[in-house]
Design a binder for this molecule. Structure first.
Ligand SMILES: Nc1ncnc2c1ncn2[C@@H]1O[C@H](COP(=O)(O)OP(=O)(O)OP(=O)(O)O)[C@@H](O)[C@H]1O
Length: 321
């Protein structure tokens, strides 16, 4: 049996005005795994994360973190998790060292404050007031606080927002090292590259629902690759070899520009290039593009929007439970 550290089933969150931000989300995270929640603005990442952190009670469904309900059994869960919120909001007048010391004082089994600051690269900034830190340094301080209690499970809500490229890479290395030490990590991010770099598995949230889930490779493999080119003068799509025989599953034409979709990129590209060679023509602005997480992400957002429009047209309406 896998050691399921986070177990979420049919989770729902409804805000005061009746808006349903999380609409039946289910996933699991095993011990030592790094799971990323991706999604567009407003997809429901933070709303989901807060339910897992025990900051609010769900409107429906079930959450277990380390085998406990994080809301009703907060005292059993809180000492074993570390939470990095989107905004830390620490007192501006305290120094970095004072802030960490204060937090360590409220945490059982805390790391020495200096160690926590070293881990996140703020050792040299210990004497600086929080208000004098840069945005990126504040994010690192948030991370130091999340790490202070040596958590088994780390929740990171957009941990690298506001960091420059180097700071982002450093944070990735740190998060990877924590995962390699056995910490289970759940993180939200807007950065697809961050999920590609770090995630063992990920879920793409869209409008409160999981639209895709799996390893990066699984999610990408479900998406088509593309071959685009300009048709040579005097040629039409009908002059190309039969597209189905090239493993092409669909195509679009805009003027002379042709875009082919395929799950067999090598076959499609080879067939097309052999045809061009034999016909002695050049395929203008040829672009051969393997499926990527970015494509998957954009396509999911687009498809869900289309499905939503079709639902509205059909007059279907979701019933509040
Ligand atoms: N306190 C609240 N009251 C009402 N609606 C809220 C509240 N907090 C969030 N929402 C709405 O719930 C939806 C999901 O918000 P949430 O912050 O969870 O998304 P997110 O995926 O984390 O977005 P972002 O990437 O922008 O942080 C949004 O439409 C948001 O406007």
């Amino acid at each position: 049996m896998t050691d399921q550290v986070i177990d979420v089933t049919g989770l729902r969150r409804v805000y005061g005005g009746g808006f349903e931000a999380v609409r039946g989300v289910s996933f699991g995270v095993g011990r030592g795994e790094l799971f990323a929640l991706l999604g567009t603005n407003g997809a429901g990442k933070t709303s989901t994360m807060e339910l897992l952190e025990g900051l609010a009670a769900p409107a429906g469904g079930r959450v277990r973190v380390l085998g406990h309900d994080p809301y009703t059994e907060r005292s059993a869960v809180r000492p074993r998790i570390g939470v990095m919120l989107q905004e830390g909001g620490f007192p501006a007048e305290l120094t970095v060292a004072e802030t960490v010391r204060m937090w360590a004082g409220c945490t059982s089994g805390a790391r020495p404050p200096a160690e926590a600051l070293e881990i996140v690269g703020l050792g040299k900034r210990a004497g600086v007031r929080v208000k004098q830190l840069s945005g990126g340094e504040k994010r690192r301080l948030d991370l130091a606080m999340a790490l202070i209690g040596r958590p088994e499970v780390l929740f990171l809500d957009e941990p690298t927002t506001g960091l420059d490229a180097e700071g982002r890479r450093e944070t990735w290395e740190l998060v990877r090292a924590l995962r390699d030490d056995g910490t289970t990590v759940l993180l939200t991010t807007h950065y697809l590259e961050e999920a590609e770099e770090l995630a063992d598995r990920l879920a793409i949230l869209h409008e409160g629902r999981i639209a895709a889930e799996g390893s990066v490779a699984d999610v990408v493999a479900a998406q088509p690759s593309h071959v685009s080119f300009d048709l040579p003068e005097g040629y039409f799509v009908g002059d190309l070899p039969p597209l189905a025989a090239l493993g092409v599953s669909g195509h679009e034409i805009a003027g002379r520009r042709v875009r082919l979709r395929t799950h067999e990129l090598q076959r499609a590209a080879t067939g097309l290039l052999l045809w061009a060679r034999d016909a002695r023509v050049e395929l203008g602005a040829l672009d051969v593009r393997a499926a990527s997480l970015e494509e998957a992400f954009l396509r999911i957002a687009r498809d869900s929007e289309q499905a939503g429009t079709e639902d509205e047209r059909a007059g279907t309406k979701e019933m509040a439970v």
